[in-house]
Design a binder for this molecule. Structure first.
Ligand SMILES: *Cc1c(COP(=O)(O)O)cnc(C)c1O
Length: 370
C-alpha cells in the first residue's frame, strides 16, 4: 500500500465484511444482526459503513440520536433504523424519516404516542427498552402494567421489539450480574408478551454479549465495536480485523541538546541528545492530552516512538532518537498491528473512546478491495 501524505483515517471494507461474517458465525442463522453505526460509525463514516453493511445483509441499524438516523435516510439507507436515545423534540422528524424510536420511560412513551397520533399514524413501529441493571435508560420491570395500559388505548403504535442492554458483558468477573440481567429481561419480556397478545422481537446483546453469552442472543443482537474490529478480549481481537487505520506523516525533525525543553509548558526536558518528530495530529483531532508524556506512542519504520511533552491542538511530538527516519515518512497511530485498543489502554481508556474521538477534519479514505 502506498504511504500517506497527510493525516488520514483509512477505512477497510474487506475488514468490515470479515468482522460481519465472524459475528454472524457466532449467532444462530435465524438470529437477526443489528449493526450499531452511531457516532459516525464509531468514528469512521456512518454512511459508508451502513451502505456496505446493507449490501452484505445487515438486518437492522441503530444510531443514538434522531439526527444520525436522518443522515442515513438522506444517504439512501432503506433498512430499518432504531434510534436508541431520542428526545421528544425530534419525534416528528423521526416519524417523517421512518426511524423507529426506543421508548425508555413513561414520559417518552406518552410524548411519542401524542406526536404519532397528531400525525395520524397507525401501528408505527416502536421498541420498548427495559432497564435490567445498567441503570442508564429504560423502563423498570414494574412499568409493564403502565406500558400495557397506554398501548391498549391506541393502535397508533406497534411494538416491534423489547430490549435491554448489558452492563458488563465483556467482564468475566461479572458473570453472575450478567446472568441476572438476562434472567430479569426474560421474565419481563414474557410478562409483556402474555399481556400484549403478540410477540415482538427480543434483543439484549452487544458485541461482548454476542461473544460471551449465547443464551442472550434471543431474536436479534446489536453489535457495534465487533464490526469495527474489536472484541474487548485478546482472544476475540485476534479473530477480528480493525476497520480503521489512523496514519500521518513526519512534518519536521528537530534535535534537542541536553537541558532543552519541548512543547507547551516545557513539559518535556531533554536529559540527553534527543531527536524529535512533529506530526500533524493533536487533541482537536481526537488524540487527547491523556496521551501526553509517553502515555501514547506512534509507529515509525515499524518502531515505537513515544509522544513526548504535551499533546498540542494540532500536533504531537515524538521521540525518534533511535529510529532512522526522515521528514515526509509515514507514521502509524493505530492500525491492524498496533490496534486502537492498545493505544487507548496506555492512556487508561478504551478503543471506543479513541475511535469515536477522531475528528471530522481528518480525511476518510475508503479502501474497497472487493
Ligand atoms: C452502543 C450500544 C450498543 C453497541 O455496543 P458494542 O459494545 O459496541 O457492541 C448496543 N446496544 C446499545 C443500547 C448501545 O448503546
Amino acid at each position: 500500500m502506498s504511504s500517506v501524505k497527510e493525516t488520514v483515517l483509512e477505512i477497510n471494507l474487506a475488514h468490515l465484511t470479515h468482522n460481519y461474517t465472524y459475528l454472524r458465525s457466532k449467532i444462530r442463522p435465524e438470529v437477526k444482526l443489528l449493526a450499531v453505526v452511531k457516532a459516525a460509525g464509531y468514528g469512521s463514516d456512518a454512511v459508508v459503513m451502513a451502505k456496505h453493511l446493507e449490501k452484505i445483509g445487515a438486518d437492522y441499524f441503530a444510531v443514538a440520536y434522531a439526527s444520525e438516523g436522518i443522515a442515513l435516510r438522506k444517504a439512501g439507507i432503506r433498512t430499518p433504523i432504531l434510534v436508541l436515545h431520542p428526545q421528544p423534540i425530534n419525534f416528528s422528524s423521526l416519524i417523517d424519516h421512518e426511524l423507529e424510536p426506543s421508548l425508555y420511560s413513561p414520559r417518552i412513551l406518552k410524548e411519542f404516542i401524542k406526536v404519532a397520533e397528531a400525525k395520524k399514524q397507525k401501528e408505527y413501529p416502536v421498541h420498548i427498552k427495559f432497564n435490567t441493571g445498567l441503570n442508564r435508560i429504560g423502563f423498570w420491570e414494574n412499568d409493564v402494567e403502565y406500558i400495557i395500559d397506554h398501548l391498549n388505548k391506541t393502535n397508533t403504535v406497534i411494538i416491534r421489539s423489547l430490549f435491554s442492554h448489558l452492563a458488563a458483558s465483556e467482564d468475566h468477573n461479572e458473570k453472575e450480574f450478567t446472568v441476572n440481567q438476562i434472567n430479569s429481561f426474560k421474565k419481563t419480556a414474557s410478562e409483556m408478551i402474555a399481556k400484549l397478545g403478540y410477540r415482538p422481537m427480543l434483543h439484549q446483546s452487544n458485541t461482548s454479549g454476542v461473544l460471551n453469552y449465547p443464551e442472550a442472543h434471543f431474536d436479534m443482537v446489536r453489535t457495534g465495536i465487533g464490526l469495527y474490529g474489536y472484541g474487548n478480549d485478546i482472544i476475540f481481537d485476534s479473530q477480528l480485523k480493525p476497520v480503521a487505520s489512523l496514519k500521518s506523516v513526519i512534518s519536521q525533525i528537530h534535535t534537542l541538546e541536553p537541558g532543552e525543553t519541548l512543547g507547551y509548558n516545557r513539559a518535556f526536558k531533554a536529559e540527553h541528545f534527543t531527536k524529535t518528530a512533529t506530526i500533524p495530529i493533536g487533541h482537536a483531532d481526537g488524540i487527547g492530552r491523556q496521551y501526553s508524556n509517553k502515555k501514547g506512542f506512534v509507529s515509525i519504520q515499524g518502531k515505537k516512538a513515544y509522544i513526548i511533552g504535551n499533546v498540542c491542538m494540532d500536533m504531537i511530538m515524538v521521540d525518534i532518537t533511535n529510529i532512522e527516519c526522515k521528514e515526509g515518512d509515514e507514521v502509524i497511530i493505530f492500525d491492524h498491528t498496533t490496534s486502537a485498543a492498545t493505544i487507548a489502554e496506555g492512556a487508561g481508556t478504551i478503543s471506543y473512546e479513541l475511535l469515536t474521538a477522531i475528528s471530522p477534519r481528518i480525511k476518510r479514505i475508503v479502501i474497497d478491495s472487493n
